[in-house]
Design a protein around this ligand. Structure first.
Ligand code: NAD
Length: 417
């Protein structure tokens, strides 16, 4: 089997979308390459006095539609190819959501669980200093991703602000409320996943209350999405995290599980003898109607795609389905709501946070949630209708919506010089 390459996955779908739209190569060839790639080595003084050097990246894929935007991931498998792909997906996600941003992504190759809080802070501050020349509220605005959170965004904001000599809250989103975060941001990606799920089911005339849902990943995205779907009456039959999962065909006691994972505790520490223990692999192919992969990329591949029992997949994670697996799912009639649409809630509310920072004027949570719902509803409808018009998957339609927008701006702006 060919080794998984996230950026090749991006290129394959973009090329197909461009061909389906009948674009000339000149219209989109620049999007095959990230605009700027920065690799940094971050020396950090560890608690035992030794110096350890961590590798970090910031990739700006496109600034055609506005400042680059995208999260920062702390994970031991982070590499330049993964960050490049995540940056490109951000350009397309922001274009689908029709918010005035390009795309970027960052990451540090580290297992943050192995660091003390002090080491984590020093690493974050050093990384921020090293990418500071290319970030900023008008240039490139980071946000949380896997293993990064509001506190880490706070350290990024502080380090950048100290370098500038004034408070600059708009340099990063997903911050704590006290330093310019937005109400509703912490829940935004999961809330968007919930909206995308409900909208798909409504299009198909299915009541969410009759649905069995399985969610991989009990972090920021997966736990909130599962909680909001559970609150709407869905049966959450399986959930998992890095330590494995639990399953009950009659529905899990999700309030209890949510309280457990909200304390950042692993599911392996959740004790309930009535539930069946399953692996992450088993979760993906369990008996359910809706599957929400909300952990990492490349989870549904040619190895397991044919065994997926869910009829609908809502991509909470970025890139959880490989291109080859997509073909198998499509053949089997599985509808996939793609990442660049399904998990766009996070970047949409990040955009609202940045707007509030620039205006120094803060909004109520209901207002944020209503604007988020309006945004996802219109992008969902646009993608849905294009997929019907061209008889394509929702993924291809979402890329087509994004490409049309980016290419239109590129053609108006032209190429300088
Ligand atoms: P997180 O760090 O809060 O949670 C990640 C979850 O995945 C944890 O429960 C972890 O235990 C689990 N996990 C890690 N490795 C796993 C493995 N090998 N198998 C199964 N589970 C595993 O991260 P998050 O912010 O919830 O991000 C999850 C996904 O959503 C990522 O793909 C991320 O890029 C994407 N995403 C996040 C946001 C956001 O706002 N946080 C926005 C858009 C997309």
């Amino acid at each position: 089997m060919k080794a998984y390459n996230a950026y090749d996955n991006f290129l394959a779908v973009m090329d197909k979308a461009a061909t389906t739209l009948g674009l000339a190569e000149n219209d989109y060839v620049a999007l095959r390459y990230p605009e700027r790639e920065l690799k940094v080595s971050c020396p950090v003084k560890m608690d035992d006095g030794s110096i350890k050097v961590f590798e970090g990246y910031r990739v700006q894929h496109s600034s055609v539609r506005g400042p680059c935007k995208g999260g920062i991931r702390y994970h031991e498998e982070v590499d330049d190819n993964e960050v490049k792909a995540l940056a490109a997906w951000m350009s397309f996600k922001c274009a689908v959501a029709n918010i005035p941003y390009g795309g970027a992504k960052g990451g540090i190759k580290v297992n943050p669980q192995e660091l003390s809080l002090g080491e984590l802070e020093r690493l974050t501050r050093r990384f921020t200093s090293m990418i500071a020349p290319i970030i900023g509220p008008e240039r490139d605005i980071p946000a949380p991703d896997v293993n990064t959170n509001a506190q880490i965004m706070g350290w990024i904001m502080d380090t950048y602000s100290v370098q500038k000599g004034f408070a600059s809250p708009g340099v990063v989103t997903g911050k704590p409320l006290e330093i310019g975060g937005s109400k509703g941001r912490a829940e935004a990606t999961g809330r968007g996943v919930m909206f995308a799920t409900v909208m798909l089911l409504e299009k198909l005339d299915i009541d969410v209350k009759n649905c069995k849902i399985a969610v991989q990943g009990m972090g920021n995205v997966g736990s909130i999405a599962a909680k909001l779907l559970y609150d709407r009456g869905a049966k959450i039959v399986a959930v998992s995290d890095v330590s494995g999962g639990v399953y009950d065909e009659n529905g899990l006691p999700f309030d209890e599980i949510y309280a457990h994972v909200s304390q950042r505790r692993l599911l392996s520490d959740y004790k309930n003898d009535n539930l069946k223990r399953i692996s992450n692999k088993e979760l993906l192919t369990c008996d359910c109607d809706v599957l929400v992969p909300a952990a990492l990329q490349n989870q549904i591949t040619t190895e397991n795609a044919a065994d997926i029992k869910a009829k609908y997949i809502i991509e909470g994670a970025n890139g959880p389905v490989s291109v080859d697996a997509d073909e198998i799912l499509e053949k089997n009639g599985v509808i996939v709501v793609p990442d660049i649409l399904a998990n766009s809630g996070g970047v949409v509310v990040s955009y609202f946070e940045w707007v509030q920072n620039l205006q120094c004027f803060y909004w109520e949570e209901d207002h944020v949630n209503e604007l988020l719902k309006n945004n996802i509803t219109s992008s969902f409808n646009e993608v849905w209708e294009l997929s019907k018009e061209y008889k394509t998957s929702m993924r291809l339609a979402a890329y087509m919506v994004a490409l049309k927008r980016i290419v239109a701006v590129r053609n108006i702006r032209g190429i300088c010089p």
